[in-house]
Design a protein around this ligand. Structure first.
Ligand code: AMP
Ligand code: ZN
Ligand code: ZN
Length: 402
């Protein structure tokens, strides 16, 4: 009897040991986006956790978005390594003659979940699935749509009202599984720093409050990962999609006034980045008028500066205008401006985003300004998967140890 009991104890101890080893050795990569967080926000005394992660890991001076410095294009670039011109999510709002009767906009679930908008690219969770790896995504543009018939293992329809803490808790509940069931890759998306940045401007107390709440939420995530015994093998890749610039109320460019000789002309995009369709024979004349406005620059889409890597996709309007930092293009100068805006030239310091990487393979290091599309190859490296066709360089991926 004693012998049998002894054997049972040895077998269960062995099982426990192998289970624990499995738990310890499976790596986890969590991609966290803090929408609209600029590196300067780290100096405001509201981000103790982020600063600590940056000090102990990799901290970049800035993460330069791909053009345009807008949410959906950049989030999709980070998970595909493609410029917006190539992955096709060229703005938060889009028209496409090949998708008639539908406007792509963030408030339309029907459009956001229509695969036709998304299928030019293969986001990382699809490549992962092809290599028998899984993803738990607590929000990320593209996760709500079936691409090549696949979606992440865990995902939710976007719910703006969910607090930052609730988002962390939901992700932790998905990660609370045995190693074999737990995802290899996770995403987490925080919206409130961007929302308050728009509503009250980047220098407001409201933004400082949001920075603190997101920092607290990341602290809670770390504690939760510790409790699940996965922190040691977790790499956190913390990014933001763009920064935020202050827009004084008088800094408006009346776009409609400039194009009033063309009553049929309809601005498809407005704000720091604006654009519309125009017949070929009228474009030169319209551009001449538009470029009399000193606070913005307009181009035919094919003439955009090479550094933008933007201008060939059919969803980009024929004429593109980009306002100077701190200015906005509106349809009517009586509109009140939005106090904080992004969408400006990604090379502007105010448009730079955040990059912090912290994990077992990351040595403490401060680096300069790097490009957001290059985060993709870092993710592929951490996840040990071959990258899909992409525009990225190994500038960030080569900074980690093997
Ligand atoms: P932007 O207009 O570029 O400032 O976009 C930021 C906004 O995008 C956020 O405040 C959210 O409301 C929205 N957003 C972010 N992610 C998603 C998503 N996955 N689905 C729908 N809307 C989203
Ligand atoms: Zn954004
Ligand atoms: Zn925004």
């Amino acid at each position: 009897m004693y012998k049998i009991l002894h054997l049972i104890i040895i077998i269960s101890l062995n099982q426990a040991t192998s289970y624990a080893q499995h738990e310890v050795h499976k790596p986890l990569t969590i991609l966290i986006s803090i929408d609209g967080f600029k590196p300067e926000y780290l100096n405001r005394g509201h981000s103790k956790t982020l600063l600590q992660l940056g000090e102990q890991g990799l901290l970049a001076k800035g993460l330069q978005s791909t053009f345009p410095s807008i949410t959906f294009p950049n989030h999709y670039s980070i998970v595909t390594g493609l410029h917006a011109d190539h992955h096709g999510i060229v703005n938060n709002t889009m028209y496409d003659l090949q998708i008639p009767n539908q406007v792509f906009k963030l408030s339309s679930r029907e459009a956001i979940t229509n695969p036709q908008w998304w299928t030019a690219a293969e986001p990382i969770w699809i490549t992962l699935a092809k290599h028998n790896k899984t993803a738990s995504t607590l929000f990320w543009p593209g996760t709500e749509v079936s691409i090549q018939g696949k979606q992440p293992m865990d995902w939710l329809p976007y719910e703006h009202s969910m607090t930052s803490i609730q988002r962390v808790d939901k992700l932790l509940s998905w990660l609370d599984r045995s190693a074999t069931q737990r995802a290899d890759f996770a995403t987490l998306y925080f919206s409130e720093v961007d929302s308050y940045g728009h509503e009250f401007g980047p220098n407001s107390n409201a933004v400082n409050g949001a920075i603190q709440r997101v920092d607290d939420a990341i602290h809670r995530l770390i504690k939760g990962l510790e409790q699940l015994n996965v922190l040691k093998n977790t790499t956190l890749v913390i990014v933001s999609d763009h920064g935020m610039a202050e827009v004084p109320n008088q800094n408006q460019i009346n776009g409609s006034l400039l194009t009033k000789q063309y009553p049929h002309l309809m601005w498809e995009w407005l704000g720091p980045l604006a654009g519309f369709q125009a017949p070929k024979e009228q474009r030169a004349e319209i551009l001449k008028t538009l470029n009399t406005e000193p606070r913005m620059k307009c181009w035919e889409k094919s003439e955009l500066p090479k550094s933008f890597n933007f201008g060939t996709h059919r969803r980009i309007p024929d004429i593109i205008c980009l306002a100077d930092i701190g200015w906005t293009i509106s349809a009517n100068s009586n509109n009140k401006t939005i106090p904080g805006q992004h969408g400006y030239n990604p090379s502007e310091q105010d448009m730079h985003g955040l990059l912090i990487v912290n994990g077992p393979r990351i040595k403490p290091q401060s680096i300069g300004i790097v490009e957001s599309i290059d985060v993709y190859l870092l993710l592929c490296e951490l996840l040990s998967i071959p990258p899909h066709t992409n525009d990225a360089s190994r500038a960030i991926a080569d900074l980690i140890s093997h």
